[in-house]
Design a protein around this ligand. Structure first.
Ligand code: ADP
Length: 297
């Protein structure tokens, strides 16, 4: 199965005419609440595509946290290792969207930052039983590294989605198989040496992972593994909202790898899942079913 060590957020989406200047009040904003967090999104994505999925994460002891855990459970995710932390708010993202479609986001990590290697050790038995670990960087890097070693020690693989990009202990990159990045994250890791995606994968492999996947939006994705690089094009779709495309991609990739596929089969499937996700609004709400993914093939 798939085991996700990651973030669980309450997303507050505010549609407004314009953002306030410092000291100013803007009224008339329309608020919508959505379940979010890259960890939870990818867990739900993998579960919707038929994988057995468990998650390790933390929420606050508040109404948002309770709702988010229920949402995960209803999506079929095993929440045995999702706990609530007293005195800390549930992770939140405040997303302002203006009529031009531009968004500006403030994130409060809250409870997502209140677990580390110790909490990973408490879940070690289930981690070792999972074939594929998925992690992003919205949670403690020490916890991610510990989980990766546990899974790999039992013969499983570690899928690291380098999002949102930030400095991490170098050893973590070398455990990844694959390292999954979008073009922005690739540039963060490579600095100015970014350049063409085909050249970027060489630089990324140089950081130590066994395999690299670079997602290219409407252009699909590049896979570098076993000494060769291949590009898988995305189908043409009407892009309504690209929020969560990367999380859908990662969840689908993990689901296929856990089902026994190699990267050569799993990456093109994940490309289709990402494309399906951009045809609908929202992050978790837009995650595709197997029928929707296959319909794009
Ligand atoms: P992120 O959401 O992390 O920025 P990308 O934009 O690279 O990542 O999108 C991830 C995947 O979603 C792509 O590899 C592709 O499969 C799919 N995708 C994203 N945007 C589009 C699009 N406009 N048309 C078709 N597929 C898309």
């Amino acid at each position: 199965g798939v085991f996700v060590v990651g973030s669980i957020n309450q997303d507050f989406v505010l549609r407004l005419e314009r953002r306030p200047e410092p000291g100013e009040t803007v009224t008339g904003a329309e608020l919508s609440l959505f379940p979010g967090g890259k960890g939870a999104n990818s867990a739900v994505a993998a579960a919707r595509l038929g994988a057995r999925v468990a998650m390790l994460g933390r929420v606050g002891e508040d109404a948002f946290g309770a709702d988010l855990v229920r949402n995960l459970r209803e999506a079929g995710v095993d929440t045995t290792h999702v706990g609530s932390v007293p005195g800390v708010p549930t992770g939140s993202a405040f997303i302002t969207v203006t009529p031009d479609g531009e968004n500006a986001i403030v994130v409060s990590p809250g409870a997502n930052r209140s677990f580390g290697p110790r909490e990973v050790d408490a879940a070690a038995e289930d981690l070792r039983a999972a074939g594929v670990l998925v992690a992003q960087l919205e949670v403690d890097a020490g916890a991610v590294g510990r989980a990766a070693r546990a899974v790999m020690g039992a013969g499983g693989r570690f899928l690291l989605n380098f999002a949102p990009p930030r400095e991490v202990p170098e050893g973590i990159l070398a455990l990844a198989d694959p390292l999954v990045v979008n073009e922005h994250e690739a540039r963060f890791l490579l600095g100015e040496a970014g350049g063409e995606p085909e050249a970027a994968v060489e630089g990324l492999l140089g950081r130590g992972p066994r395999s690299v996947v670079v997602t290219l939006g409407a252009e699909g994705a590049l896979l570098a593994a076993g000494g060769s690089t291949r590009r898988f094009g995305a189908p043409e779709v009407e892009a309504v909202d690209t929020t969560g495309a990367g999380d859908a991609f990662v969840g689908a990739l993990a689901a296929r790898l856990a089902g026994g596929d190699g990267l050569e089969e799993a990456v093109p499937y994940a490309v289709l899942a990402g494309a399906a996700a951009v045809t609908r609004e929202g992050a978790q709400g837009s995650l595709p079913t197997p029928e929707e993914v296959e319909g794009l093939d």
